[in-house]
Ligand binder design. Structure first.
Ligand code: ZN
Length: 311
């Protein structure tokens, strides 16, 4: 079968679970990951390797990686904030690592208690360790709060690009941009990714656009039109803040897949099976609201996925 046109990287088990209070049992995480894989999702960010004291939701990271490795053809992606986490992720057998690096000094200090310069250095350490122990494992660095910061406000675009290029020079195989706070707009998204691709070309990583203000899909489309071909999203838009009802997390994967497929852009994912995977999630987290527009509305009459449109 031909390669899909875009890579949809599901980040719910990491991005979604880290901000809800419930700790999902390992077997439920694996059932959810398995249901998404069965729908054709080829890359899933299954966990983060952080100290369990800081994030008890991720205490079973190594087990979740081990269980996910049994799913054929799945790229098992893990978030690592530092060298120690990267060593643990590689020891567990993760196929790919992603490292968040804040665009602003304020967010960096609040989030990881380190400066941006320290984080760039850490990326270099992680790449060197990877080269020795697991040269086949790609390392992605992602500039978080690249479109706006909850502490510093507006973020200088030159600074975002400078940091992204510095991360690529430090050895990151891919460098993407994250709208961690859902503050970005499509014009800004188009500008930033156009500049990033002009600087680093095929090493441009994923667009990671939160849907906090409803612009997630529009921003993803702008990124696609700028040339981005990898997108992070979360089934049922899992995420949001338990203290801010209605504030959603990432753009819902099923909505993003529907948009691309309807446009004739092949994702490799069966959207109806992906919608069905929401039931597995709902059963495991009955208290957590599920977002997304496609699931309640259903697929439109006459819908044809990209592969069928090509005949
Ligand atoms: Zn995120």
């Amino acid at each position: 079968m031909a390669q899909p046109d875009v890579l949809i990287s599901e980040c719910g088990p990491r991005d979604g679970l880290q901000i809800i209070r419930e700790v999902m049992p390992t077997k439920d995480k694996l059932a959810w990951i398995g249901a998404m894989h069965a729908a054709g999702v080829s890359e899933i960010e299954v966990c983060s390797f952080v100290p369990p004291k800081l994030m008890p939701q991720m205490a079973d990271a190594a087990e979740v990686v081990a269980g996910s490795l049994k799913l054929q053809g799945l790229t098992v992606l893990a978030l690592v904030p530092n060298l120690r986490g990267a060593e643990a992720a590689i020891a567990a057998g993760a196929h790919k690592l992603t490292i968040p690096v804040s665009a602003t000094e304020e967010h960096s200090l609040a989030n990881v208690r380190r400066t941006r310069a320290d984080m760039v250095e850490e990326v270099g350490h992680i790449v060197r360790m990877r080269n020795e122990r697991a040269p086949h494992v790609p390392v992605e660095a992602n500039v978080s709060v690249a479109f706006g910061c909850t502490i510093a406000g507006a973020v200088d675009e030159d600074e975002v690009i400078r940091l992204a290029v510095t991360l690529a020079r430090a050895g990151a195989d891919f460098t993407g941009l994250s709208d961690t706070t859902g503050m970005g707009n499509p014009a800004q998204t188009r500008r930033l990714f156009t500049r990033l691709i002009a600087e680093i070309g095929e090493r441009c990583g994923a667009a990671h656009m939160h849907n906090t203000r409803g612009l997630g899909l529009a921003n993803n489309l702008a990124a696609y039109e700028a040339g981005v071909r990898a997108f992070d999203s979360s089934l049922a838009g899992l995420g949001g803040c338990p203290h801010a009802p209605g504030a959603s997390g990432n753009v819902a994967t099923e909505d993003l897949v529907f948009m691309f497929e309807a446009m004739g852009v092949d994702t490799g994912i069966d959207v109806a099976r992906l919608v069905a995977a929401r039931d597995v999630l709902a059963a495991a987290l009955p208290e957590v609201p599920l977002y997304g527009m496609l699931a309640p509305a259903g697929l439109p009459l006459g819908y044809a996925p990209a592969r069928l449109q090509r005949g």
